[in-house]
Design a protein around this ligand. Structure first.
Ligand SMILES: C=CC1=C(C)c2cc3[nH]c(cc4nc(cc5[nH]c(cc1n2)c(C)c5CCC(=O)O)C(CCC(=O)O)=C4C)c(C)c3C=C
Ligand SMILES: [Fe+2]
Ligand SMILES: [Fe+2]
Length: 348
């Protein structure tokens, strides 16, 4: 039987055109501003920081802080940070460039599944929006939709908010695709093996050896953990499995949480404080790996590669390296291919 029933069924001559029977795979990453100047930065930060999954502070308290303080002060300096890592050729942030490349390579790797599996990508905040890409997949006849949130560790602030946005879109559709969402892969052996391989490959390019490797994950407020978010446990498990795979103890491969925002306590240990403490305690050679980020972005290239490198050098450290994310490398693609093939089982 052909996979696309519209090719098999003869429709009445006055019937609306029907395309059907296909499967859409939608890769979704966090987001990035449309530009680095004040207004695109402000729009992006407003969308991001108005998300109740990201900021759980009560609305009445958060509204004035966001609109009167953050959205006036933050777009300028953060826009300059984005400008320092911007992909000028495509006029976009690296997260977008890399997510596109990952999706294109994923489509190539899964080409054996045939033309009825269609691949696309979207950003949770900014563009291309999730709704617009679901529309595009629907228009191509996708009756089934696999969403792949690009987060190895689950957090309400990341994975769940992607689902919220997908559900919002489906709610508005008469003919909804049937939905699957890829689960997090924080403890998948393919992922752990890929991160280990990425570390080893990068370290082999250096003419020095790190005394310590710091495994840094994006932080969230500590209160999210206390309310039951599994994110901390997923990060801790990734870190433990990576230590076991690399034969390192918790001093050789350290844990840190980065990108603190606001005044609340966040998950500890803090990456920036750890980097400073390590340098002050005599560590001269430090490598930082960021396994929670599937694609390099502001938080890895600028925050780790520039800001934390400065902290290390200012406090007595000598050699510092930021290990690139898996991105669209063969290892990175092994992980995405494994996850996607597994979740398509029974559909293809
Ligand atoms: C309270 C605020 C934030 C929470 C909670 C949070 C969680 C979280 N974020 C990521 C991944 C990324 N965040 C990125 C940028 C970024 N994050 C926040 C705030 C919170 N994130 C802000 C305001 C920004 C924008 C930059 C800035 O103003 O500081 C990025 C980079 C995007 C890019 O285009 O480069 C990523 C990726 C995770 C995984 C996470 C929780 C688990
Ligand atoms: Fe973030
Ligand atoms: Fe935990």
């Amino acid at each position: 039987m052909p996979k696309d029933p519209s090719r098999a069924v003869r429709l009445p001559h006055d019937h609306v055109p029907v395309k059907a029977g296909r499967i859409g795979v939608l890769v979704v990453n966090l987001g990035t501003p449309d530009g680095t100047t004040y207004w695109p930065m402000r729009r992006y930060l407003k969308e991001f920081l108005s998300d109740r999954r990201v900021i759980e502070t009560p609305r009445w308290l958060w509204w004035p802080i966001l609109n009167l303080i953050i959205l006036t002060k933050r777009p300028g300096p953060k826009g300059r940070d984005y400008a320092s890592i911007w992909n000028d050729e495509r006029d976009e942030g690296p997260l977008k460039t890399i997510t596109r490349a990952q999706t294109e390579k994923l489509a190539a790797r899964l080409a054996d599944l045939g033309d009825d599996v269609v691949f696309d990508w979207a950003m949770r905040y900014g563009n291309p929006s999730i709704a617009s890409r679901i529309d595009a997949l629907h228009a191509q006849g996708c009756e089934r939709l696999l969403v792949v949130p690009m987060y190895p560790q689950y957090a309400a602030a990341t994975t769940a908010t992607v689902c919220d946005k997908v559900f919002d879109k489906l709610k508005s559709m008469r003919w909804q695709p049937i939905l699957r969402v890829a689960p997090p892969w924080h403890d998948d052996p393919v992922y752990i093996h890929a991160v280990k391989g990425g570390i080893e490959e990068h370290l082999a390019t250096l003419d020095w050896t790190p005394d310590v490797i710091l495994s840094s994950f994006h932080g969230v407020p500590k209160s999210y953990l206390l309310k039951g978010d599994p994110y901390h446990c997923h990060c801790a498990k990734t870190w433990r499995l990576l230590r076991e795979a690399m034969g390192m103890d918790d001093k050789q491969l350290r844990l840190g949480f980065q990108s603190r925002f606001g005044t609340e306590e966040w998950l500890r240990p803090y990456t920036d404080e750890t980097v400073k403490d390590l340098a002050r305690s005599g560590v001269k050679n430090l490598a930082v790996v960021t396994p929670g980020f599937t694609s390099d972005c502001l938080e890895t290239i600028e925050e780790i590669g520039v800001e934390n490198a400065e902290y290390f050098h200012e406090n007595g450290g000598v050699n510092f390296t930021a290990i690139p994310c898996l991105n669209d490398t063969d290892r990175g693609m092994d992980v995405l291919e494994t996850v996607t093939r597994r979740e398509l089982m029974g559909w293809v």
